[in-house]
Design a binder for this molecule. Sequence first.
Ligand SMILES: [Cu+2]
Length: 532
Amino acid sequence: MKEGIGYNGASPGPVMRFKEGENVRINVTNNLDEMTSIHWHGLILPFNQDGVPGISFPGIKPGETFTYEFSIQQAGTYWFHSHSGFQEPDGAYGAIVIEPEGREPFRYDREYVVQLTDKHPHSGDRIMRNLKMMPDYYNREQQTVGEFFSDASKNGLMNTIRDRMAWGDMRMMKADVEDLQGFTGLINGKGPEQNWTGLFEPGERIRLRFINSSAMTYFDIRIPGLDMTVVQADGNNVQPVNVDEFRIGVAETYDVIVHPKDEQAYTIFAESMGRSGYARATLAPEEGMEAAVPQLRDPARLTMADMSGMPGMDHGNMAGMDHGDMDMNSSEGMSGMDHSNMEGMDHGSMAMGKGGQSDPFYAKGSGLVPTAANGGKFLSYADLKAQDPLYEDREPTREIELRLTGNMERYTWSINGVKYEDADPIRLKYGERVRFKFVNETMMTHPMHLHGMWSILDVGADQWNPIKHTVSVQPGTTVYMETEVDAPGQWAFHCHLSYHAAAGMFRKVIVEGGPESTQAKTDVIAKDGGEV
Ligand SMILES: [Cu+2]
């Protein structure tokens, strides 16, 4: 088994601190016995410095040193990681903190990077092999989506649904929202027992720079006893939002400010979205102090709404279904479901529960909408508003639809049904503003990451729409983002779940035109090889 990978002998690697406006030169020496690379996640830079083998450059051979050189054009919290094979899940990642040229629009006395990951006892290569062989390999205790589909292919979809309903499981099944379990949540490289601790003086404002460097795991984060004010998302300042809890997708960053006034310890509790594991750290006035560690909550359950985007789940097929034996008592779902095309269904005896939570970024009637453990405010994408719009608001020049697709039984993940190796690149023109339409036809959440250019997430706030680098798309939902195509060259665009990206939910984007000097020398890269 591989021991793991790091930078300068450690994982995470060193926190790289830059200042907006400076030019940086970073020498990366490959001491591994395989190719490597570093991608600077969220940084705006020339495409040949972006570090994706086969797209930006050929990669860094064993024993070779590659010198990255670029100017820092932004401020905020970012991170870096290898873009070669599964080196990132194996430990090749670190944090980037960029100090702004001007003043921050918020005040704090001290700051900490809080970098999360989902360390797994198996190497990335081994995990990928196992998932390919058996998609629910790491998810066996649960009644999984994988099982559902193998039952459905054996017994027919409707029979399977009927069977599940008869068992009272129709809400739908325990969420198969994680396809990798058995990990240990780490914060700054420390497990729950090691308990990474950040010190403070009571009364100080502390900026916590949360970075989710996990291969596969979304975390729901709270600090019992403290309000959190979200001030930045993906490195860009947002209008402050007070929350009790927030969900951080894979590859996202959120900066929050907390203001502990008491001489006591507080637990930073990061529970995985599927409730199969957690990361834990502590804020305390003194080393060695600790606070209670909460229990894991029950996992969410998928509802029909979460499956509504799936081609095989056309509700039109459900005409004539009798829901008489559905127990909806404690269901969060269904009440908001679109029943319009379910003619013939007998809803007579459906007892709708308390109505459930809603969030425009989850399917209507979704069972996956997160709620705060203390009953308070849980951050939604809809709460994110840019502090300073980076671009003038203008009409997009065109729309590109990207359906997020997959076959759970074979562990293939794709875009528009085509996996990376069979796909044509997405061609954009320098100077246009493209509206991307993500349609999630799978039952999993995908954090979509476009390299090199910002993703302006449409939350309905026009010029105040937040500017991100990673956009999570929930099952059964359609999400729009716009991109000002201002970066010539070629770029990666992919789901940031490591094993989804590797299975094919990945595209090359080519930006044509733009300043001559920065255009892609694509043929040179192609000949040099290197894999993605
Ligand atoms: Cu994905």
